[in-house]
Structure formats: C-alpha cells, structure tokens
Design a protein around this ligand. Structure first.
Ligand SMILES: Nc1nc2c(ncn2[C@@H]2O[C@H](COP(=O)(O)OP(=O)(O)O)[C@@H](O)[C@H]2O)c(=O)[nH]1
Ligand SMILES: [Mg+2]
Length: 288
C-alpha cells in the first residue's frame, strides 16, 4: 500500500504549463465551462479553481449524466446552484442536447454585452474556455460543440499546444485546447473516487485497495446492484473473502481452484467502467 497516496503527483509537467496558460488567457475569455463528472461532482472538481479563474463567469458542465445516479446528482445540482453556479448536466454520449448550455451561455453574455453597449461598443460572441481534470469529457464536449470529430478523445490527456479559437456559431467562440488541471488528490476519498471511476491512471493507487473501496462503496450506496452482479449481500471483514466469492462466481481461478486476485481485480475494474450504471460516488452530506 502506498502510504504517500495523499500526496500523489501523477501529472506530467505540461499540466503546470496549462495552469499558467489558463491564467494568461483569462483576459481573453468571457466564460469558462468547468467540466465535472456527474458521478463525482465533488471529487472531479478542479483544485484551486476559484483562485485560478477568479470571478470569471462560469458554467459547471456535468458530463456523463447518462451514467450517474439521478437522485444524488439532483442534490449536487441544487448544492452548486445554491452556491451561485450555473449548472448544466449533459449526456454527451447517448443523447446529446447542447441547447441548455447555449441558453446559459447566452444568459451570461447578456450582462457582458450590456456593459459593452453602455460603452458604445458592439456586441460580441462569447469567448469560451473549457477546463477540467483529465477524463471528465472536455474533448468530447468540444467535439460536440464543434459538430465534428475535431479532437481526439480517450483516456490520455491532451498535450497543450498553441491556442487557437474555433467558431461554434455566431454567438460562441471556443479556445481549441481545453485546460487540464488538478483534482483535490490530497483528500483520500477523492483519490479513491477518481481511481474507481477511471479519471486518474489506475496505477496511482494499488488496484486491490481501489477494488476494496469500490465494493465497500457499492455496498454502502448501491447494495442491490452489488447483489445483482455478484450475489453478495454483505462485505466480509477481510475483503479477500468477498473477492473469493466474486472470483469463484466469475471463474477467476488458478490451478488447484485457488482464486486469482489479479483476475478478480480486472473483473471489478471492467464492471465499474462499463457495467454499473446509475452510480454517484460523492454525497452532498459529506461535503457540507
Ligand atoms: N457515457 C458517457 N461517456 C462520456 C461522456 N462524456 C465523455 N465520455 C467518455 O469519457 C471518456 C473521456 O472523455 P474525454 O473527452 O477524452 O475526456 P477529457 O480527458 O476531459 O478530454 C471518453 O471515453 C468519453 O467517451 C458522457 O456524457 N457520457
Ligand atoms: Mg481531452
């Protein structure tokens, strides 16, 4: 077990460069789309975001709405709205409707354009920057906005290059390279949520411990799903006993009938990536 897991520094150096670039570009930007994962609206939020973007108008875009627990996510939407955020939940994958995002962007531009008109200046298109931690869906959002596959999506954070603007429509221009910033990895639960829901590279935390965390969290919040998938009604005192049950059920065995824990880990990590739906791992009550 990595004792130093609360100080993980797994980001390549270009992230520091991005942070500096984001700060430099802020003067050119009217609106920030801060992208978070609806399954972990607290854990996937950027650390120090307020210090980085100051009072810049901001939309909190909650991606992966198709995968989250709508009941818990509704509480998070309320939580952030009460803090003054404009929140737009989006399913970018199966049923993408960007109208709510356009509407909120328009609303934010009204006061910016009013100020311009008062100074005798012309109305302008909103200049938007997408930012977020790795794997929350920044590139996917950008592609949806642009309307064609312009940016590679996947599990590798993009490398920052020169900054260019893309015209989305007559009202919105987008910085072509999303800003990749840091999550709050100094909080252990956050690091485990990110490792569980694949927003950080898996090798950062020991996978055995990540699986233990996943099983415990599913048991706490979604016992029915845990039972339906693995036939487990309780989590054993020693997590290995629970892994044994899953391993036997799923045929993760080595010669002699012993359970192959590496295979069990693979089963659980695959299931959390592509089988379990309607799950949200952050709870509003834990963060007040
Ligand atoms: N189901 C689902 N998957 C999404 C959604 N948005 C992004 N993804 C997936 O999440 C992964 C990371 O997305 P990507 O745009 O590369 O994230 P980035 O690192 O923030 O640019 C990809 O496999 C996407 O297909 C969404 O709304 N729903
Ligand atoms: Mg990307």
């Amino acid at each position: 077990m990595n004792d130093n897991k609360t100080n993980i520094n797994w980001y390549p150096g270009h992230m520091a460069k991005t942070k500096r670039l984001v700060k430099e570009q802020l003067d050119l930007i009217d609106i920030v789309y801060e992208v978070i994962d609806a399954r972990m609206p607290y854990s996937s939020k950027i650390k120090d975001i307020d210090e980085i973007i100051k009072n810049k108008p901001r939309v909190l875009v909650m991606t992966k709405y198709d995968l989250c627990d709508k009941v818990e996510t509704a509480k998070w939407i309320k939580y952030y709205e009460e803090k003054g955020y404009k929140v737009v939940p989006l399913d970018l994958e199966t049923n993408c409707n960007l109208k709510p995002l356009y509407r909120v962007t328009d609303e934010l531009m009204v006061s910016i354009n009013e100020k311009r008109e008062n100074k005798g200046m012309l109305k302008k298109a909103a200049r938007v920057l997408i930012i977020g931690i790795p794997n929350v869906g920044k590139s996917t959002l950008l592609n949806r906005l642009v309307g064609k596959k312009a940016v590679e999506t996947g599990n590798k954070p993009g490398v920052t290059k020169n900054l260019n603007w893309i015209r989305i429509n007559e009202k919105i221009e987008l910085l072509d390279t999303p800003g990749i910033l840091w999550p709050k990895l100094d909080e252990e639960r956050v690091a485990f949520n990110l490792a569980s829901l694949s927003a950080i590279k898996e090798e950062i935390l020991p996978l055995y411990n990540v699986c233990e965390y996943i099983l415990n969290t599913l048991y706490e919040y979604y016992p029915k799903q845990l039972e339906d998938r693995y036939g487990i009604k309780e989590i054993a005192e020693d997590i290995a006993d629970t892994m044994d049950i899953i391993g036997k059920k799923r045929g993760c065995l080595v010669k002699g009938g012993l359970v192959d824990y590496d295979k069990v880990i693979t089963v659980i990590m695959n299931d959390i990536k592509s089988y379990f739906k309607n799950i949200t791992f952050d709870r509003v009550d834990n963060n007040d």
